[in-house]
Design a protein around this ligand. Structure first.
Ligand code: MF3
Ligand code: CO
Length: 256
């Protein structure tokens, strides 16, 4: 069953998502050459606390492992779930994906984007642009009466048309009281397939797109997902509310 949020749930989701968007927006300002991914995780930890929220990543359990950081910070060939480290110093020409998931008053907001560190290769810039466009095209399909596969297909089509690999091993998801709720939202698939979109769903739509092969593997830390060909990977994510009037992005960054 896909959870449908009532008016209270939607109001709480709005607040949680505003916090997630605020933290992401502020954290981006700290991305520069010389900074470590540990520093960024610590900045995010403080930003999250300053809004009376908590990281939904910290302690998140899969099997017998618990995620040890407050954010997911994934550099270059790292796709998602990178763990901040004092050893990972950002350099000019890197890209880094910042993924922020917070819990506030029992509800969860989830958003991410990939940013350049200094000057990046034009081909990598193209990867970021196309991946962000794919997110927008996917969100535009999150309309009442459409199906989840319409979102998936829009994302896949745009990325593959541009020659990029769409990650298959990880998917977007419903989000609300839990970080991962139904439905799964693959970034690949057929138009008209999957569950019907109804009003009041809150969906984390999140294309993960590689410069090269779509194939990924997990590092021995048990969390970090990387591309098998070591090419860079981009990740853009919003939490979206489905309304009769059309999709509404809940993780809107503050102005300024
Ligand atoms: N945005 C990621 C997701 O939707 C966050 C994972 S949190 C972690 O799966 F705890 F697994 F790191
Ligand atoms: Co997510």
């Amino acid at each position: 069953m896909i959870p449908i949020k009532d008016a209270t749930g939607i109001a709480r989701m709005r607040e949680a998502c505003a916090v997630a968007a605020y933290v992401l927006h502020e954290l981006r300002k700290h991305v520069k050459p010389g900074v470590t991914t540990y520093d960024l995780d610590q900045v995010a930890k403080q930003l999250i606390a300053s809004r009376g929220a908590r990281s939904a990543c910290f302690g998140y359990q899969i099997g017998d492992r618990r995620f040890p950081a407050h954010t997911c910070l994934s550099v270059n060939e790292e796709v998602v779930h990178g763990i901040g480290s004092l050893k990972r110093v950002l350099r000019d020409g890197d890209i880094i994906s910042l993924d922020i998931v917070v819990e506030h008053q029992g509800y969860i907001g989830d958003n991410a984007f990939t940013v350049a560190v200094g000057q990046i290769d034009p081909r990598i810039q193209k990867l970021l642009t196309v991946s962000q466009e794919a997110l927008v095209l996917g969100i535009a399909q999150a309309r009442v009466g459409n199906r989840i596969g319409d979102i998936s297909n829009a994302i896949q089509t745009h990325c593959e048309k541009n020659g990029f690999g769409v990650v298959r091993d990880l998917v977007g998801h419903g989000v609300g009281v839990e970080m991962h709720e139904e439905p799964q939202i693959p970034n690949f698939g057929r138009k008209g397939s999957g569950a019907k979109i109804r009003p009041g769903m809150t969906l984390a739509i999140e294309p993960m797109v590689n410069l090269g092969t779509h194939r990924t593997k997990c590092l021995s830390d048990g969390w970090t997902i990387v591309t098998t060909d070591n090419t860079p990977s981009a990740h853009f994510e919003h939490t979206v509310l489905t309304r009769e009037e059309g999709p509404e992005i809940l993780t809107v960054p503050p102005l300024g």
